[in-house]
Every structure is written in C-alpha cells, then in structure tokens.
Design a protein. Structure first.
Length: 268
C-alpha cells in the first residue's frame, strides 16, 4: 500500500505488507522489511534497514547524513530493529567512518516525539526514550533502559542495561546498569527498582542488589576498593556481577559515581 504522493527511489527494497503513506520519501539503498509502516511525511535515506513491523510517524527522518563536519559522504549505515516505533519529528543519523560506521536501534524500542539519535549511537532492545531527548554521537544505551524527557546524553557516554535517567538530566558520565540517575548534572539517586521488579525479581533478590548498590556507591573508603570488595561479597548475584563488569570497563568519560543522597530505597 503506497500512497501516490510517496517517492520511492529505484533500488529500494520493499517487503510484503508495507504501508507507505502520503509524502514519504524512500532512498535507493533503503530496505523496508515486511510489515513496516511509514505513516506520512517520513524521510528514509542512505544505507538503511528498517526491521519488520516497525512504525515511523510523521516528520521523522532516518538515515540522513550525520551532523559531523568530518563526514565526507561515506557509505555508512543505519539499522532500526523489528517492531520499534519512531514517533513524530525524531531524527536518526547514519554512522561515520570514524565511529562504528553504523547507527543502531534495537527491537521493540519506543522513541517518543522529537528524540535525536546522533551518528554511531547503539541503542539496545526494549529501550524507551521519552520526548525531546538528545544524545551526542557514539552513545550506547543498554537493553530495557529508560531515558526521561528532555535528558541530554554527552557523546561517548554509556547507559547500562535496565538503567533509568530522569527527565531534564544532563548525563556526562557512564551510568551503571539498573541504576537511577537524575539532576541537571546527573547524580546517582538509587536503583531502578520498578524496572527490576518488572523483570520478576523476588524481594530477597532486590534486597541483595540494593545492599550491593549502597555499598558500592555510598559506602566508606575508596571507590575502587569498594568495587573489588563487592565482587567477593555480592558477585554471585548476576545483576550485581553485570554492574561490576560495567564499572570495570569504563568508557572515556568514566563512571558516574556522585551520589545525590543516601540510597534508602524500599524493596516493598
């Protein structure tokens, strides 16, 4: 189902049951897998693959050239996973040869209106990104993370799996998996307890993760020594082990460790 006002370049690959609404443009290197829907006024260009069942809403742009002065028209890529929804006015730019060469968004994600995903970002599966979020190039977001409205993520920052970033937060450092950060210059305020509960964890498991988190980020002594001690004390918990592995391999901006207040969350 292709509206007569849509412009589909020769060479584009269109799967079965694809819907392309009014005034959409699809470039020559684009692949739209089965069941994709472009609602209207959507622009998809470059070497871009849109996964099966994904839905793109009016005035979003996917796969256009990055806002990088070093970019010289290289044949880089963009990939959107199956069933992901890209809402109105989102912009997702292709990768660069100075990065991974591809911008990736996983399956079952929701990008709300006016989100900007810059070149070479890598977004995992099941991620929810709220309205007006902006992220610089090379940002990584782990699976099932949640980013609140109007947050700003500095380039090369990593957001761990299951983490939550509060609305209006500026994030200059890596956010450890399953943690919750908030503030104009983001600070650690605890764990993403709601997200952990949704994974089906028991109260006892939540209590252990919370105790490990409090020890790592708010305990006495040197941070590196607390991390090493936590490995022996709590490393048998898969979620804590994932947190410690993330901390052990920091990105170029280091781990966000500043704590806004004592982490006194309840497991109830």
């Amino acid at each position: 189902m292709i509206h007569p006002s849509a412009i589909i370049a020769a060479g584009a690959v269109i799967g079965a049951d694809v819907k392309i609404g009014p005034f959409c443009t699809v470039g020559a290197q684009v692949v739209l897998e089965d069941g994709v829907e472009l609602v209207s006024h959507v622009a998809v260009d470059g070497k871009t693959r849109i996964g099966a069942g994904a839905k793109l809403f009016p005035f979003c742009t996917v796969g256009l050239a990055p806002q990088d002065l070093k970019y010289k028209g290289e044949d880089t890529e963009t990939s959107i996973g199956p069933r992901t929804q890209i809402r109105e006015h989102c912009s997702i730019h292709r990768g660069t040869v100075t990065g991974a060469g591809i911008t990736k968004i996983g399956a079952d994600c929701l990008l709300m209106a006016v989100v900007h995903v810059a070149h070479d970002c890598d977004i995992g599966d099941g991620v929810v990104i709220s309205n007006n979020v902006v992220m610089g190039g090379h940002v990584e977001v782990g699976s099932r993370a949640v980013i609140g409205g109007a947050a700003a993520i500095l380039q090369f920052v990593r957001i761990g799996a299951g983490a939550m970033v509060g609305g209006l937060s500026g994030v200059p450092n890596d956010v450890t998996p399953y943690c919750f950060v908030f503030g104009p210059r983001a600070q650690m305020v605890g764990l993403n307890i709601v997200g952990l509960r949704r994974r089906g964890l028991s109260k006892a498991q939540l209590h252990e993760i919370r105790a490990a988190h409090k020890f790592i980020f708010a305990g006495p002594g040197v941070f590196a020594e607390r991390v090493a001690a936590a490995r022996g004390e709590y490393g048998g918990n898969a979620y804590v082990a994932e947190m410690l592995d993330f901390i052990a391999n920091p990105g170029r901006h280091g781990i966000l460790t500043n704590v806004a207040r004592a982490t006194g969350q309840s497991d109830e």
